[in-house]
Design a protein. Structure first.
Length: 40
């Protein structure tokens, strides 16, 4: 049970970190790929 909770929190942190990376690093590219951003 504790392993599942840990994995879930790690996954959540990973997703949040990825979202930050997209917002800061792919600002220009996001405008060129709206469909892909919406699907994510």
């Amino acid at each position: 049970m504790p392993e599942k909770v840990l994995l879930k929190s790690q996954l959540k942190g990973l997703i949040l970190a990825q979202n930050e990376r997209w917002r800061h690093g792919l600002g220009m590219q996001v405008a060129r790929m709206p469909a892909r951003v919406e699907a994510a």
